[in-house]
Design a protein around this ligand. Structure first.
Ligand code: C2E
Ligand code: MG
Ligand code: MG
Ligand code: MG
Length: 281
């Protein structure tokens, strides 16, 4: 009996695995098709100067609207793209869209593009960035590339060469999700970042969690000692905003200001934020 039960469980497990593999296969095929058909779109979330409330930057965030399943979050399809070797193409697509769109914005506003660790495998990334900037006419100092510490964990030598070349070209480099990895501090010493983005998990605990508040204060202090600007991610409440202002954080990003919007809504969004700034002041 016990033996029979075991086999039953094994078979159930196998069927479950098969179903998952099939599901993944299907998503994989759909993702390739989506990229071909131009269904991978880019939305933009404003990053605001905490003192002037002026929009300094928009972060480009990839969006995939699946015909049957609706919106599929980048936390799902970006890792999938990495696994199936599609991330270079998606990355190039997002970069191209972002630079093309940003070239139409006021010159004081930059665009931030996320890079996956896998994009640092070869120096081809540098050529792609340079080619895209030249083709779109966006000046290099208006492009910010966001990388997480995972990108720095592996191919350290190539990665550092790539970063140095990009920075030499005039592109700005930001460390994303700061504080979530194991050795964020070590990397600050290895490479001169232009910006630190404090991970949302610390911001969401700013109210009522003394430890998070101490960590946020320390990160901002660290940034200011090193001459690196800090941006807080995931600001949702005016209380969080007030605390960040008191701590001397320079830039804020979050739903308090706006979620990511499609490119064609940017002009309207900029007007709305301007209006809000004028009435608040
Ligand atoms: P990220 O780069 O840290 O982007 C910030 C994420 O936080 C975005 O999620 C954004 O929508 C979300 N967010 C912003 N403000 C708030 C807030 O106030 N509250 C909450 N709860 N969330 C907020 P999203 O768009 O789902 O992207 C998730 C992650 O997927 C990104 O994290 C980034 O790591 C990755 N990603 C997105 N687009 C791309 C891309 O084009 N290339 C690569 N390599 N990764 C991308
Ligand atoms: Mg980011
Ligand atoms: Mg982040
Ligand atoms: Mg993230």
């Amino acid at each position: 009996r016990a033996k029979g039960d075991g086999r039953g469980v094994a078979r159930l497990f196998e069927r479950e695995m098969d179903a998952r593999m099939q599901e993944r296969r299907r998503l994989e095929i759909d993702l390739r098709a989506a990229l071909e058909n131009g269904d991978i779109e880019v939305s933009y979330q404003p990053i605001v100067d905490i003192e002037s409330n002026k929009v300094r930057c928009f972060e480009a965030l990839a969006r995939w609207h699946h015909a049957e399943r609706g919106q599929i979050p980048p936390d799902v399809f970006i890792p999938l793209a990495e696994e199936i070797g599609l991330i270079d193409k998606i990355g190039a697509h997002v970069l191209s869209r972002a630079c093309t769109d940003a070239a139409t914005w006021p010159e004081t506003i930059r665009v931030a593009v996320n890079l996956s660790p896998a994009q640092f495998a070869t120096e081809a990334l540098v050529d792609d960035v340079e080619e895209t900037l030249i083709r779109t006419g966006l000046t290099p100092d208006r492009l910010e590339l966001e990388i997480t510490e995972t990108a720095l964990l592996n191919q350290t030598d190539t990665t550092l060469t790539i970063l140095a070349r990009l920075r030499h070209f005039g592109v700005r480099i930001a460390m994303d999700d700061f504080g979530t990895g194991y050795s964020s501090l070590a990397y600050l010493r290895k490479f001169p970042f232009d910006k630190i983005k404090i991970d949302r998990s610390f911001i969401s605990e700013l109210e009522g969690n003394d430890e998070s508040q101490a960590i946020v204060r320390a990160i901002i202090g660290l940034g200011s000692s090193l001459g690196i600007a800090t941006t807080a991610e995931g600001v949702e409440t005016s209380d969080q905003l007030a605390k960040l202002r008191a701590e001397g954080c320079q830039e804020v990003q979050g739903w308090l200001f706006s979620k990511a919007v499609p490119a064609n809504q940017i002009t309207l969004l900029l007007k709305a934020i301007e209006h809000w700034r004028d009435t608040a002041a």
